[in-house]
Design a protein around this ligand. Structure first.
Ligand SMILES: Cc1ncc(COP(=O)(O)O)c(C=O)c1O
Length: 335
């Protein structure tokens, strides 16, 4: 019998440890907290905070890209509006406007002087109440930024599986809220995929229809038409999903949001993920069935070219997606 690891649940016998790509956080200098910049190492919360026990947080993940002419945050207002929407679903009263939150993101990036970077705003219920009811717990808003590279390794496409875990059932955990608690489900999907030698898992919804990856939306291409699950299939309304739809339509393609049966993935001409972390990432195989010949498809490549062209300032910002920040573009963060 192969030796068991110290972490038998994460590294099951025979599991390639290379599957687990470490992504250590690189600290920066400041974190924005409730209107002020505080030192990175002082951005701590008490173990008895409501969020620790009940998962009461909503958050965002945003990228700032390095452009030849400076740096810019990708779709900042849309991300911060989704943060406010997530908070509203959970009756969290955020004491900042959309404009103030966007300004706070720019402020922390410029203060840290780190770009390109990943930005992590989070709204959480803090210390003050141990009951499930959050009444009496303060709302805390933090925004951190730090360098971060590629999330989906390799350019040839990801090998993914259909997860044995379903995504959140409607009217249980609201899938349109990007809430910390939802990511317990994402963790189950991701860990299962990695343990079984895949890069990512795709969750089906409670009816067995394609929903999304643990942290990405899914697109399928068949006969020149793009398909993606509807938001009613327990999918997050991804900002990159929206960007891919806009780009595809701009390029003249038809995009249909519709229920997608699992087997449509197996017979697709192309399948790709979208997400702030994953950006636009081709999928090479699903459950060990190759997508077409296993190479990234033409439509995926065209959408990725346009997406990265706009994000990196090499193509016109035709949709008005970039918010400039005054940080000199360093070399792009490597994977
Ligand atoms: C579950 C899930 N679906 C989809 C996405 C993609 O969303 P976005 O493109 O806004 O990053 C993410 C990432 O935030 C996610 O966590």
């Amino acid at each position: 019998m192969p030796p068991l690891s110290r972490y038998p649940y994460l590294y099951a016998p025979g599991t390639a440890k290379e599957q687990f790509k470490p992504m250590p956080i690189q600290p920066t200098s400041k974190i924005w907290h409730n209107g002020s910049l505080i030192p990175w190492e002082q951005a701590n919360i008490h173990v008895m905070s409501h969020v620790i026990h009940y998962g009461s947080s909503v958050f965002e993940g945003i990228r700032c890209y390095g452009l030849p002419q400076g740096s810019a945050v990708f779709r900042l207002p849309e991300h911060m509006q989704r943060l406010l929407d997530s908070a509203k679903i959970y009756r969290m009263e955020v004491p900042y406007t959309l404009d103030e939150l966007c300004a706070a993101v720019v402020n922390v990036i410029e203060a840290n002087g780190v770009a390109p970077c990943y930005i992590r705003p989070i709204v959480l219920r803090g210390y003050g109440e141990i009951g499930v009811s959050p009444k009496g717990t303060p709302i805390e808003v933090y925004i951190a930024n730090f360098p971060w590279g590629k999330y989906m390794a390799g350019h040839g496409g990801a090998d993914v599986c259909i997860s044995s875990w379903n995504r959140l059932a409607p009217n249980t955990m609201p899938a349109l809220a990007k809430a910390g608690a939802n990511y317990m489900n994402s963790q189950l999907i991701r860990m299962e995929a990695e343990i079984n030698g895949y890069q990512e898992g795709i969750g089906l919804d409670v009816n067995g229809l394609v929903s999304e990856g643990s942290g990405e939306n899914v697109f399928v291409v068949r006969n020149g038409v793009l398909y993606t699950p509807q938001l009613g299939n327990s999918a997050l309304s991804g900002i990159t999903r929206d960007s891919a739809i806009a780009i595809a339509r701009h390029l003249g393609y038809t995009v249909i949001e519709q229920p997608i049966p699992r087997e449509m993935l197996y017979i697709a001409d192309e399948v790709f993920f979208t997400g702030t972390a994953a950006e636009v990432s081709p999928i090479r195989s699903i459950d060990r069935i190759l997508v077409a010949d296993g190479n990234p498809g033409e439509i995926t490549k065209k959408i990725a070219d346009e997406f990265f062209g706009i994000a990196n300032g090499l193509k016109p910002d035709r949709f008005g997606w970039l918010t400039p920040v005054k940080v000199n573009a360093a070399k792009p963060v490597s994977a």
